[in-house]
Design a protein around this ligand. Structure first.
Ligand SMILES: Cc1cc2nc3c(=O)[nH]c(=O)nc-3n(C[C@H](O)[C@H](O)[C@H](O)COP(=O)(O)OP(=O)(O)OC[C@H]3O[C@@H](n4cnc5c(N)ncnc54)[C@H](O)[C@@H]3O)c2cc1C
Length: 423
């Protein structure tokens, strides 16, 4: 409890999930809680549109970072710019190292409720040769490096490979409805390959783009029929596809070597590597054997009921998509609001897994996926056309304009528009 007698909620991580959790908790629990949010950096990286910014020759370091401090202050959320270094679950406190300036004294803060939203690390450092021969669109720095490479005429043509390394998912505490994924999140990889095809057309470069996948099927969480139809759309535009290549072993000047022994020729590659949890989570009693936080469908840790998780760091978040993390953050907020005595609503208190994805392929084309078949449901929708691209860009604009707050009608309206407004 704080000195004023209200419960202290500590949110670790200020990405999509952590920011949404802090805002939704404030909206529901109001003054019944004090909220702090800790992140090593003072801005949110808006990952979903980095690739389209790169292909449009816009620097994502300028356009895809949202400063956090003012946004949090609006909701009375205290920002701690620090690296969380250890979580003491029994003592209910978190140790941290301030990150704005080197040499800061280590601090600690206690909590009544802890929301772990630390995302996942993308393990490019585990792929030999990546630094010299690889490119990425998963952060603004790498995106800008690729933008420069494409725009300063360093690239003069030649085959390009786009794909993912294998994901290593934990099993401890995993519910039966959650299958094993070969890739943490493959929809963005498809989007990148299709956006690249459009970019090459614009440059009048007739280069070969090969999309590769470590598993048997491409993005099975999108629904096999939907993923197949999207792949066919790409193949009609010249995309090549290689399945079942296994993990990425190394990048070389000639291309990619896979664990299966196969090689893929590439002038350059755009990769998404394995997704691994933040080191401070590994070995904690709330984590699975990989380090992802195990929760029930209410996003609460079974043995530590004052601890919640949402977003990519949660073991239940597969595929690792911001939309899923946001839905989980809302569940967390409802749970905490109820705990502190806020009037309860009729809203759902458990996560209902589904994949909703908007892709931007450039040149007025986008795609929309809505599916829960991978989780045992019946929904499998794919739309390709102008509307999904408009929606993806509008969502980004709304996110930045409203400091991350999406009105209650935003997501349902987007889904309705994508599914009913034609293409
Ligand atoms: C190329 C690409 C495109 C994508 N496109 C889409 C898309 O179109 N739609 C979609 O739904 N999803 C998309 N995703 C997935 C999406 O980006 C993630 O699911 C989302 O960013 C996860 O949000 P998060 O808040 O859980 O984690 P993050 O966004 O990773 O945020 C975690 C935060 O925790 C902080 N942090 C981590 N460790 C510490 C520590 N020890 N101390 C302090 N702070 C720490 C980090 O600085 C970060 O701010 C895409 C992913 C990629 C790679």
């Amino acid at each position: 409890m704080t000195t004023t007698g209200v419960a202290h909620v500590l949110v670790l991580g200020g990405g999509f999930a952590g920011l949404a959790a802090a805002q939704e908790i404030r909206k529901r629990a109001r003054k019944r809680v004090a909220i702090s949010l800790m992140d090593r950096r003072s801005y949110l990286v808006y990952v979903p549109n980095i690739a389209s910014e790169v292909f449009a020759n816009n620097n994502p370091m300028q356009s895809m970072r949202m400063p956090l401090v003012a946004v949090l202050e609006e909701d009375g959320v205290d920002f701690i710019q620090a690296e969380a270094t250890a979580i003491d679950l029994d003592g209910r406190r978190v140790l941290y190292q301030p990150t704005e300036r080197n040499g800061g004294a280590q601090g600690s803060t206690s909590y009544d409720f802890l929301v772990v939203a630390l995302g996942a690390q993308l393990a490019y450092d585990r792929i030999p040769g990546f630094a010299r021969h690889g490119h990425a669109v998963s952060d603004t720095f790498s995106g800008n490096r690729l933008r420069r490479y494409l725009s300063d005429a360093s690239y003069q043509g030649g085959p390009i490979a786009v794909g993912s390394a294998r994901f290593h998912q934990g099993t401890r505490g995993r519910p039966e409805w959650l299958p094993t994924a070969d890739v943490a999140c493959e929809e963005p990889v498809i989007e990148t390959a299709l956006g690249l095809l459009t970019w090459l057309q614009g440059q009048e470069l007739a280069s070969q783009v090969t999309l590769f996948s470590p598993g048997e099927s491409l993005a099975p969480d999108a629904g096999l029929r939907a993923a197949q139809a999207l792949l066919q759309f790409g193949e009609e535009r010249g995309l090549r596809y290689r399945a079942n290549v296994g993990d990425v072993s190394r990048l070389t000047p000639e291309g990619i070597q896979f664990a299966s022994g196969e090689n893929l020729e590439a002038e350059f590659s755009i990769l998404v590597p394995d997704w691994v949890p933040a080191p401070l989570l590994q070995g904690l009693p709330v984590a699975d054997e990989m380090g992802f936080v195990v929760t029930g469908e209410s996003m609460r840790c079974p043995d530590f009921p004052d601890v919640f998780a949402c977003g990519d760091c949660a073991a239940l978040t597969v595929p690792k998509l911001a939309g899923i993390g946001r839905a989980q953050a809302e569940i967390v907020a409802r749970q905490i609001a109820r705990e502190v005595g806020a009037p309860s609503s009729e809203e759902e208190m458990e996560i209902r897994p589904r994949v909703v994805y908007l892709g931007d392929m450039g040149a007025d084309q986008g795609f929309y996926i809505h599916s829960d078949v991978w989780f045992g449901g019946q929904t499998e929708v794919l739309r390709i056309g102008r509307i999904p691209r408009i929606l993806k860009r509008s969502y980004r604009d709304m996110f930045f304009a409203n400091g991350g707050k999406i009105p209650g009608w935003g997501v349902p309206f987007g889904e309705w528009a994508a599914e009913h407004l034609g293409t």
